[in-house]
Structure formats: structure tokens, C-alpha cells
Design a protein around this ligand. Structure first.
Ligand SMILES: NC(=O)c1ccc[n+]([C@@H]2O[C@H](COP(=O)([O-])OP(=O)(O)OC[C@H]3O[C@@H](n4cnc5c(N)ncnc54)[C@H](OP(=O)(O)O)[C@@H]3O)[C@@H](O)[C@H]2O)c1
Length: 348
């Protein structure tokens, strides 16, 4: 491609492991720089990938001549300063999910992007996995209005204090927790299918309360490793979204959509079952459930918004809708009551 988008990645975790290799494979992008908290790690990552710059100085990253876009893949509470600084520098911003730690910060990011006149998008890549894309397509064909929808995630990666080292993900003050990890992806998926959420109830839990520092120390876990969310949709119908990351036996995601006109189901073998009332269910798949496939579609959508004027997909408006439900879930869990999500208008 003659004119790939020159992009920098802020983040040496997911950003280096998933985003950077994908940008290197895609002809639509030319990754040119990477930021890590540690200068030596940043330089190592840049050298390995043949990038112009590896730095722990975010201002230096933003000032790289010719840079056009930044992918913000850092702890959730840091999305606000980094995304706003990138937008103010006139750079397009792909921000990881959730957009921010709370609705007020998420609105600050969307405002900065609009004021700067740059493209903003959010990293809801799981909706772009082949499995979940097909689920949404079939739901739009046969589902109708919701009677009951259910998303059930069963993971075992946090089952022991030594199964993963302690990071910001285990620290509530840094925006950690499995709701930010997976819950927002599942809310994003459902919001494409169901009417707006009228109210939510929720409970969270920390099943494994300490986690290794990587040395001999055990650090406290303050962010949830399990949750259950109950959703009530405007006009009727219920939803249940749950995750356990401390299971002794994991299984692939299962999603069930029961509508007044039909049924759609993603089973644990990555098959999508679908049918209208009175029909036998038909089956698509097994389908590709890889995150890398989803990420490449997300990146191509970002490129199309920058170069071709396409609508960003997923958009910042969608990110705000998820954020409003996410905020309501956390309030509901803390205050043990039903909570109405804050309305989001198209002009936000
Ligand atoms: N779309 C998806 O499916 C997906 C999947 C995973 C993560 N994510 C998102 O990606 C973002 C980063 O997550 P991650 O798992 O990549 O995190 P991570 O590996 O722990 O850290 C990412 C970057 O942030 C830096 N960092 C870590 N703790 C920090 C702190 N306390 N203050 C400032 N910087 C800190 C790290 O520094 P070092 O380089 O020095 O380690 C690293 O460069 C989050 O928004 C997360 O939600 C998205």
C-alpha cells in the first residue's frame, strides 16, 4: 500500500503482544514507535520490531515526525491523559476498552477527539471475532425482541495465587477487574442486539484474594475476579452476563439469545445455532474464535475511518453506551440496588 497509516503503540503488554504484530502484518499500517513504562523495555520492543522509536517518554512518542495515529493500550485509569494528549497533538486515537474508568472521563476523551477533529475508535475487538459477528448477524435475522439473553464465561487463569502475577488488573484503583477485561466486551456485544438497558443489578466477588508479586511476596487483590450482572431491557426482556476467572475447569464462551421470534446460540464448540419460531435450529461453523482475527478487522476499520471517511467501527458513541452500563453495573454491585444507566445521546 502506498500510504499506510503511521501508528505508535502505547503499551508493552497487549499492545506489544497482539496489536503490534497485527499492525506489522497489515499493509494498511506502518508501526513506527512504541511506549513502555520502562525505557529499556521500550527500546527492546522497538529493536525487535524494527521501529524508529522505543521510549518511556510519552511526549517524545507523540512528537515523532510523520506520526498519524496512536493505539492506547495501557491501564484503564491512564486512558484519559494519554488519549486526550494524543488527540490534542492532532493524532487519530484507537483507545483500548473500556474507553475510561468512568463516564465523566469517557466523555472527556470523546470531547477531546471531537474538538481536535481526529478519528476516535475503541478496542471492542471481540465483537469482530468471526463467532460473535455471525451471532450478531443471525440475531438480526431471527431474534426479534428479547425474552432472555445469557452470556456465560468460564475461565481458569486466575484460579490460584500463582497462576498469574499481580498487576494493575488486580488493583481496583487502577481500573482493574474482570468487568473491564471481559464484561465490557459482552455488554458491547449485547447492545448491538437488544433494546437499550433500562436498569441493571449486579454482584462482584474476589475469589482469590492474594496474588504473587513474581518474587516471594503475596499482594492483595482488590478488583473482582467474578461477576454476575442482571439486565432489564426497555420494553421487556432480561439478560444475564456472568464470568468466573477462578474456575477449576475452563470452557469456551457460551451465549444464548432467546427472542420472541427466534433463537440464536453460540456453543462451546464455536458453532452458531439459529432458527425462527417453529423451525429446527440450523448450525454455522465451527467458526474462527481467535482474537487476532477480530483485532485485524478492528484495525482495518480504523484505517478505513482515517483514509476513506468511513464511520469508526466500533465508534466512540458505542463506547459511551457501554461505559454508561458498565458504570451502572459497578454502582449496582457496590450499593446493592437496581441502577438506571446514564442516557447517552448521539450528540455526546
Ligand atoms: N481488546 C482486548 O481484548 C484487550 C485484551 C487485553 C488488554 N486490553 C486492554 O489493554 C490495556 C492494557 O492492558 P495490558 O493487559 O496490556 O496491561 P499490561 O501488560 O499490564 O500493561 C500495559 C502497559 O502499561 C504499562 N503499565 C502497567 N502498569 C502501569 C501503571 N501502574 N502505570 C502506568 N503504566 C503501567 C506497562 O508498562 P511496562 O511496559 O513497563 O510493563 C505496559 O507498557 C487495557 O486497557 C486493557 O483493557 C484489551
Amino acid at each position: 500500500m502506498d500510504n499506510p497509516v503511521k501508528i505508535a503503540i502505547a503499551g508493552g503488554g497487549y499492545g506489544a503482544k497482539v496489536a503490534l504484530p497485527a499492525y506489522r502484518e497489515l499493509e494498511e499500517f506502518q508501526p513506527v514507535a512504541i511506549w513502555s513504562r520502562r525505557p529499556e523495555r521500550a527500546r527492546e520492543l522497538a529493536d525487535q520490531a524494527g521501529l524508529e522509536l522505543g521510549t518511556a517518554d510519552f511526549e517524545e512518542l507523540l512528537s515523532l515526525p510523520g506520526l498519524e495515529a496512536v493505539h492506547v493500550a495501557t491501564p484503564v485509569v491512564t486512558h484519559l491523559p494519554m488519549a486526550v494528549a494524543a488527540a490534542r497533538q492532532g493524532l487519530h486515537v484507537l483507545c483500548e476498552k473500556p474507553l475510561a474508568d468512568n463516564m465523566a472521563d469517557a466523555r472527556r476523551i470523546t470531547a477531546a477527539v471531537r474538538e481536535a477533529g481526529v478519528i476516535g475508535a475503541v478496542g471492542f475487538e471481540l465483537r469482530l471475532k468471526e463467532t460473535r459477528q455471525r451471532l450478531v448477524e443471525r440475531a438480526h435475522e431471527v431474534f426479534g425482541r428479547p425474552r432472555m439473553v445469557a452470556v456465560s464465561l468460564v475461565q481458569s487463569d486466575h484460579a490460584d495465587p500463582y497462576s498469574r502475577p499481580h498487576t494493575w488488573v488486580h488493583d481496583a484503583t487502577m481500573g482493574g477487574g474482570r468487568l473491564q477485561g471481559y464484561g465490557v466486551h459482552d455488554l458491547d456485544l449485547l447492545l448491538q442486539i437488544v433494546p437499550p438497558v433500562e436498569a441493571v443489578a449486579a454482584a462482584t466477588d474476589v475469589g482469590v484474594r492474594v496474588r504473587t508479586s513474581g518474587n516471594d511476596e503475596l499482594l492483595p487483590v482488590t478488583a473482582e475476579d467474578a461477576y454476575g450482572i442482571l439486565l432489564r431491557f426497555r420494553g421487556g426482556g432480561l439478560g444475564i452476563v456472568s464470568l468466573i476467572s477462578t474456575a477449576r475447569h475452563a470452557r469456551p464462551d457460551v451465549i444464548e439469545l432467546h427472542g420472541d421470534e427466534g433463537t440464536v446460540r453460540l456453543d462451546a464448540d464455536q458453532r452458531v445455532w439459529w432458527g425462527r419460531a417453529s423451525e429446527e435450529l440450523r448450525c454455522d461453523g465451527p467458526l474462527d474464535d481467535s482474537s487476532s482475527g477480530g483485532f485485524k478487522r478492528l484495525a482495518r476499520n480504523f484505517w478505513a475511518a482515517i483514509r476513506n471517511g468511513a464511520a469508526p467501527d466500533p465508534s466512540l458513541e458505542e463506547a459511551l453506551r457501554v461505559q454508561s452500563v458498565f458504570d451502572a453495573v459497578r454502582t449496582a454491585a457496590t450499593e446493592r440496588r437496581w441502577v438506571r444507566p446514564e442516557p447517552v445521546s448521539p450528540l455526546d
